[in-house]
Design a protein around this ligand. Structure first.
Ligand SMILES: N[C@@H](CCC(=O)N[C@@H](CS)C(=O)NCC(=O)O)C(=O)O
Length: 294
């Protein structure tokens, strides 16, 4: 196994893959793409088939679909299937056909004459907003502001998740250099967001939009203490406007429902492994759910 001490590691001339050097992700990480096994994806009766898990990236899409249904768009009905990324479901042949990048969330739209695949959470949010004509302003200035913040999230969150979260919560040893580097960057990002939310109710402006839906599961989750157990470490109480916004959005019924869909960790009462009908939320009982295994 490679030396994980950043003070003494000297990179070799050419990097080689060490399958043991992946920490808790060692069993799924590899430096090539494509399927590892044949696996046909299940398909339900609704126009949209979502293959996902309730990580922050996954929650964006289930919140969006629940918001669309709450707005009265019955054509947004969906089946949500659980993809257990710790078991390697994202490398099944069916999943790779929907997302060649092997990451959740991935969506199939069967509502038209030809099936359409959509991957990347930001792309899925835009696709759905444009299809239903809501949660993304059409007036050019408002639209530009909303999309700027949507893409701000797509570019920024990897520092929070892949950078800070990885080294603070998941890396096999705690290393000061990367934790410092990414804590600094995440605090800078929180400050950007705090200043924006000091001047407007929602991230894009006066109205709730796909920018809020994208940003809330990451930065809202962080300040609400739902991510990496890092609220105290990052002194999130300093970001009062982000906290106001995060608490506000957390109360939305569609957000409460969306957070439950494809959740396979945490309290059993918060988990709805698959969603096929609005009544699934009401009929969810503990004995219907498999024990949390993540
Ligand atoms: N930029 C992508 C990121 C998706 C992503 O990183 N998904 C993670 C879970 S949050 C995943 O599927 N990881 C599985 C893997 O890396 O093998 C998006 O926003 O959709």
């Amino acid at each position: 196994m490679a030396d994980t001490n950043t003070d003494t590691y000297t990179p070799p001339k050419v990097w080689t893959f060490d399958s043991e050097n992946g920490g808790q992700f060692a069993n799924i990480n590899r430096p090539v793409s494509g399927p590892t096994h044949e696996q046909v994806l299940p398909r339900g009766k609704h126009p949209f088939q979502l293959y996902s898990l309730a990580t922050p990236n996954g929650v964006k899409v289930t919140v969006m679909l629940e918001e669309l249904l709450a707005l009265g768009f019955s054509a947004a009905e969906y089946d949500a299937w659980l993809i257990r990324i710790n078991k390697g479901d994202q490398f099944g042949s069916g999943f790779v056909e929907v997302n060649p990048n092997s990451k959740i969330p991935a969506l199939m739209d069967y509502s038209g004459s030809k099936p359409i695949r959509v991957f990347e959470s930001g792309s899925i949010l835009m696709y759905l907003a444009e299809k239903f004509g809501v949660l993304l302003p059409t007036e050019p200035a408002a639209r530009a502001e909303c999309l700027s913040w949507l893409f701000w999230q797509m570019g920024s969150a990897p520092y929070l998740g892949g950078g800070f979260g990885h080294f603070y919560a998941y890396a096999p040893t705690k290393m000061e250099y990367p934790i410092n580097r990414f804590a600094m960057e995440v605090k800078r990002e929180l400050d950007v967001l705090d200043k924006r939310l000091a001047e407007s109710r929602y991230v894009g402006g006066d109205d709730y939009s796909i920018a809020d839906i994208a940003i809330w599961p990451w930065y809202g989750g962080l300040v609400l203490g739902q991510l990496y157990d890092a609220a105290e470490f990052l002194a999130v109480h300093e970001y009062t406007h982000v906290l106001r916004w995060a608490n506000d959005i957390a109360k939305r019924p569609a957000v409460i429902r969306g957070r439950m869909v494809n959740r396979a960790m945490g309290p059993l009462a918060s988990q709805l492994h698959e969603r096929h009908d609005a009544s699934d939320f009401a009929t969810q009982t503990q004995d219907k759910l498999a024990p949390a295994s993540e």
